[in-house]
Design a protein around this ligand. Sequence first.
Ligand code: ADP
Length: 270
Amino acid sequence: MLKLENITAGYGKIPVIKDINLEFEKGRITTIIGPNGSGKSTLLKAIVDLCEVWQGAIYLKGKSRELIGQKEFAKQVSYLPQIHTGGAITVGRMVLHGRFPYLSYPRHYRREDYECCTRAMERTGILSLRDKKVEELSGGQRQKVYLAMALAGETELFLFDEPTTYLDINYQLELLQIIEQLKGQGKTIITVLHDLDFALRISDTIIVMKQGLIAKAGTPEEVLKSGIIDEIFKIKVKSFLDNEGMKHFYYEQKDQVENTSFLTGNLKST
Ligand code: ADP
């Protein structure tokens, strides 16, 4: 579905991600994890041309991004950024921005554009906010507006950068459901997540980044087994089986065993 070949990218003259080779399969959820500053956001930005890419090529369904062209690429790939600016624009208008790639100039929204936006606002629970100004919303509400904008594009590939930021716990779980539903519709999802529990719970593939490089890519089981999470986050991941045979994970801060946190991934034991 999406292939990154020898991508080196960054800002100014400084490379942040180096010589990255990755392939993302259709209908899969891939989660990128790694410490702050390891280049997770930059990797997503490189895919949508929001940072400088000095080397390499990006292919969508076998065709290079340059050949596809910006507008056509945007019809197939939506990107949910980490930082959400406000503005005097209403929620309804903002979500309509997700339909931009489908419009010709001058921009006239069609009935189907409004319908896609209504569906996206319903799915993210913000339909009642449609006439509110984005700048008047809370961080979590704004997060949902941006998510709705991404969903409104009804693209095949979704890139989410920290989609759970600002969301309360209930809505974080709702978001995971949205991601899993997208997968159920055959969509491809690449997401950056800080929460290891969520990452282990929903991903087909986990990519671990360290200092701009891919430290490990594989299934959650493979990544856990490799010990790379322990090494990179300076924690100790442990697991146990519950009565129903479900594998749960918890982790301890290295050298501080009393500070135990629980991870409840739902990987079935094999
Ligand atoms: P992560 O998402 O893993 O936290 P980022 O990709 O955001 O990491 O950042 C990686 C590095 O790139 C950091 O050192 C950060 O300071 C730098 N960086 C990120 N965005 C910019 C930018 N717009 N301009 C210059 N440097 C940036």
